[in-house]
Design a protein. Structure first.
Length: 284
């Protein structure tokens, strides 16, 4: 029952990838409906409820559930992951980094979330002004364990941190490793959310043909009525304008993307790459 109940949950679940603008609220309502049918200290329920609360902006309630779940199963990587999202949403990078650096030594390196938790640590380091440390972590930990993660997690991790570092002025970044991973797992593209990092990767490598391919796949999805595809098309239009050196057009398109970026799915932490790109466009 719990396995079936989990399908609508999470950053890549049925709610998240529904294209709904209110999917965070819908997921939280769903889990609150489930809650009376589970024991009060059921770790699965507490973990998913805590994450749903955090993504829906109910941070205090989310932390309460998360800390309770962590106390029950401190070795659980899923709840460590939720706590990192909580620290991110609270804007407390120092607490997040201290927590995850203390927790990670106990985590097997082939665990599904090992690299992704290092990605979260890298976000903390960037927020703390330690971009060089974030890059070192990406090279040493995240890239090394990409294949232990589900491909969609690996694809976003491989691209999103280097993109943020690129916006900060770093130029020697591991785009070739990310491209090799993309070719292995997304040679023919992916769902709308997967196309998002594929578009970033093509732009970072100056591969206009690759960006055009992403755009064509997204247009096909939009033509079939996928509600998130038009939002992603604003992203690809913005990146194309960036490649053309047209910051004004890029800014206009990316703001259209940002207005309803929630439709793309994933987590808010992942989608803040749009905010960081807007800041770069409008301040550089």
């Amino acid at each position: 029952d719990t396995l079936v109940a989990s399908l609508p949950c999470g950053a890549f679940g049925l709610f998240a990838f529904s294209g709904r603008l209110d999917h965070n609220q819908a997921r939280l309502a769903y889990l609150r409906q489930l809650r009376p049918h589970f024991p009060a200290d059921h770790p699965w329920l507490l973990t998913n409820l805590s994450w749903a609360c955090i993504e829906a902006g109910e941070l205090d309630e989310g932390f309460e559930h998360a800390q309770r779940s962590f106390a029950l199963r401190p070795a659980n990587g899923n709840i460590a992951h939720v706590l990192m999202h909580g620290h991110f949403e609270r804007g407390d990078a120092a607490a997040g980094l201290a927590f995850i650096d203390a927790w990670l030594p106990s985590c097997p390196e082939d665990a599904m979330l090992f690299g992704h938790l290092h990605w979260h640590a890298g976000l903390c380091e960037i927020a703390l002004g330690r971009a060089d440390a974030a890059l070192a972590r990406h090279l040493k930990q995240v890239l090394r364990q990409l294949d232990a993660a589900p491909p969609l997690v690996g694809m976003t991790d491989a691209v999103a941190l280097p993109w943020r570092l690129h916006l900060l002025g770093h130029r020697e970044l591991p785009w070739d490793q990310a491209a090799a991973y993309a070719q292995r797992h997304f040679g023919k593209g992916g769902n709308v959310f997967a196309e998002f990092p594929l578009a970033m990767l093509a732009t970072a490598r100056g591969a206009r043909a690759g960006l055009d391919n992403v755009n064509q796949r997204l247009q096909a999805a939009a033509d079939k009525g996928h509600p998130a595809a038009p939002i992603a098309l604003h992203w690809t239009a913005a990146l194309a304008a960036m490649m053309d050196g047209n910051r004004h057009a890029a800014s206009a398109q990316i703001r259209l993307c940002n207005a309803e970026a929630t439709r793309l799915g994933g987590s808010h932490a992942q989608r803040t790459v749009v905010d960081r790109t807007i800041e770069w466009l409008e301040t550089a």
